[in-house]
Design a protein around this ligand. Structure first.
Ligand SMILES: [Ca+2]
Length: 336
C-alpha cells in the first residue's frame, strides 16, 4: 500500500496538459478515420481497426481524468481503472447497438477492436501511474503494444490482397490463389467452391470456381472488390463450363459507382450457356452504352455479378479466367 502511495505522480499542471493533448489527438483521430471512404477492402478494414486507436486514446483520457483529485476523492482510487475500462467498453457496445437505427450495421469485430484499445490503454495507464519497478512497466507497455498491433493484422492482410489484385489485373479472377476468395461473395442461396477444372474442359488444368445455383430466387456470384478502372481495355472475357446436357441462361450485370440501383441504369445481358466450354466476350463499348440515361463510367466499375433466373437442383456452372482484353489492339496485330 505504502509502495503504491509513494508512486511519483506528475504535477496536476502536466496532467491537465496531457489530458488536453490526448483529447485533441482523439478528436483528430475521429476526424481522420471518419473521413476514410470505405471503397475497398483495405479502407474498410482500416476503418474497422481504427476503433482500437480511438478507444485506446479515449480510455487514456478517461483514466487520466478520473485519476485527478476531484474524482479520486469522490470515486476512490481503486475504482479509477474499472470505471475507465468498463466505461470504454460499455460506450463501444452502445455505439454498435445504436448503429442499426442509423442505417448502419453493428459489428462484433468493432467491439473486439474497442476491447483491444481499452485494454491496452489501461495497461499503459497502470505502467505509468501504478507500477514502480522498471521491468514491470516495460512488460505492461510491451503487452499494450502487442494488443495494439493485433488491430493491424486485417488491414495489412487486405493491403496485400489489394496489391496482388492490382498486380494480377487485367486478370480479374482465375481461382488460382486463395486471396482471390476475398474478391467475391456467393449471393442469394448460391454456393461456391474452388475446384479443379472438370475433365471435359480441354486445355484447362487449373483451378476454377464451381457455382452451385440449386435454389434461391437469383442465386449468383458477385465480384465487388475488383479493380475499378477498366478504361484501357476493350472487352471483358469469361470462360464458363457447363456439364448440363441442355442450354441454360446466366445473367451478367455490370454497374459503376454512380449506379442508382435501377435496372435501366446498368449493363445487363442474358448469356446462353451451352453444354461444355463457353468463351464469353463482351465489348466494353456495350457496357458503356447500356444505361438508358447516361454512359456507364469505365473508370469507376463497382461490381460484376453473374446470376441465374432458373435455379434448379442440378444447376452448377464452372467459371474461370475473368479478364479484360485490348481486343481492338490484338485485332490490329492479327491483320499485320
Ligand atoms: Ca483458373
Amino acid at each position: 500500500m505504502n509502495q503504491v502511495q509513494s508512486t511519483s505522480q506528475p504535477s496536476r499542471f502536466l496532467d491537465t496538459i496531457e489530458i488536453i493533448a490526448l483529447s485533441a489527438l482523439l478528436a483528430a483521430l475521429v476526424f481522420y478515420f471518419n473521413g476514410i471512404t470505405e471503397n475497398d477492402l483495405f479502407n474498410q478494414s482500416l476503418k474497422d481497426s481504427s476503433h482500437t486507436a480511438v478507444f485506446f486514446v479515449a480510455t487514456l483520457v478517461l483514466a487520466n481524468t478520473l485519476s485527478q483529485p476531484f474524482f479520486v476523492l469522490r470515486l476512490g482510487r481503486g475504482l479509477v481503472i474499472p470505471v475507465a475500462f468498463f466505461g470504454g467498453i460499455i460506450t463501444g457496445v452502445m455505439i454498435e447497438l445504436v448503429q442499426p437505427s442509423l442505417g448502419r450495421e453493428g459489428s462484433f469485430l468493432d467491439v473486439w477492436y474497442d476491447l483491444l484499445g481499452c485494454t491496452s490503454a489501461i495497461l499503459v495507464f497502470i505502467a505509468r501511474r501504478r507500477l514502480e519497478r522498471r521491468n514491470k512497466k516495460i512488460l505492461a507497455i510491451a503487452c499494450a503494444c502487442l494488443l495494439l498491433s493485433i488491430s493491424s493484422i486485417l488491414p495489412l492482410y487486405f493491403h496485400q490482397v489489394i496489391t496482388l489484385r492490382n498486380q494480377a489485373f487485367p486478370v480479374i479472377f482465375n481461382a488460382e490463389e486463395n486471396w482471390q476468395n476475398e474478391l467475391f461473395r456467393a449471393n442469394y442461396g448460391a454456393y461456391t467452391n474452388t475446384v479443379g477444372a472438370p475433365s471435359g474442359w480441354i486445355n484447362n488444368q487449373s483451378k476454377v470456381i464451381r457455382l452451385d445455383l440449386s435454389h434461391g430466387q437469383y442465386p449468383g456470384i458477385a465480384f465487388r472488390q475488383i479493380v475499378k478502372d477498366w478504361g484501357q481495355y476493350d472487352a471483358l472475357r469469361i470462360d464458363i463450363f457447363s456439364k448440363l446436357k441442355q442450354k441454360t441462361n446466366l445473367v451478367i450485370r455490370v454497374s459503376d459507382t454512380q449506379h442508382n440501383q435501377e435496372h435501366s441504369d446498368r449493363f445487363n445481358r442474358t448469356l446462353t450457356i451451352e453444354p461444355g466450354i463457353n468463351n464469353i466476350e463482351i465489348l466494353l463499348a456495350d457496357i458503356v452504352s447500356a444505361p438508358e440515361q447516361r454512359d456507364l463510367s469505365l473508370d469507376s466499375i463497382d461490381s460484376l455479378i453473374l446470376f441465374s433466373t432458373e435455379a434448379s437442383a442440378d444447376l452448377s456452372l464452372y467459371i474461370d479466367n475473368i479478364r479484360l482484353d485490348r481486343r481492338l489492339e490484338r485485332g490490329l496485330e492479327n491483320t499485320r
